[in-house]
Design a protein around this ligand. Structure first.
Ligand SMILES: [Zn+2]
Length: 101
């Protein structure tokens, strides 16, 4: 089942529940989930073909600062919202530069 690798952990858990509810064997899915939990970061990075999804995901894990005249530490422009100390554009660039392709 190679398609399974593209599921997020949450989707995988849902799939296990659905499969179980249907009375099917979830042994394989459960071992996959264990792998995901063991090396979650790796699986997430390796399984996100979509840049926007990837940025949104890391954005969700980042500290978002709201205010006025906040300075992006990369481009030094002023913004009313910073993600991990950077503006939306710099954050996206940084995220995609760390993405393994
Ligand atoms: Zn910036």
């Amino acid at each position: 089942m190679p398609a399974i690798a593209r599921f997020s952990k949450k989707e995988l858990i849902e799939l296990i529940e659905t499969t179980e509810a249907a009375g099917n064997d979830t042994t394989e899915l459960r071992s996959l989930l264990a792998e995901v939990e063991q090396d979650e970061e790796h699986i997430v990075i390796g399984s996100r073909p979509n840049d926007d999804d990837y940025v949104a995901e890391l954005r969700g894990k980042s500290y978002i600062e709201h205010g006025t005249d906040l300075e992006c530490m990369v481009c030094h422009d002023k913004f009313d919202q910073l993600i991990s100390g950077t503006c939306e554009v710099c954050f996206r660039k940084w995220v995609l530069s760390t993405k393994k392709r």
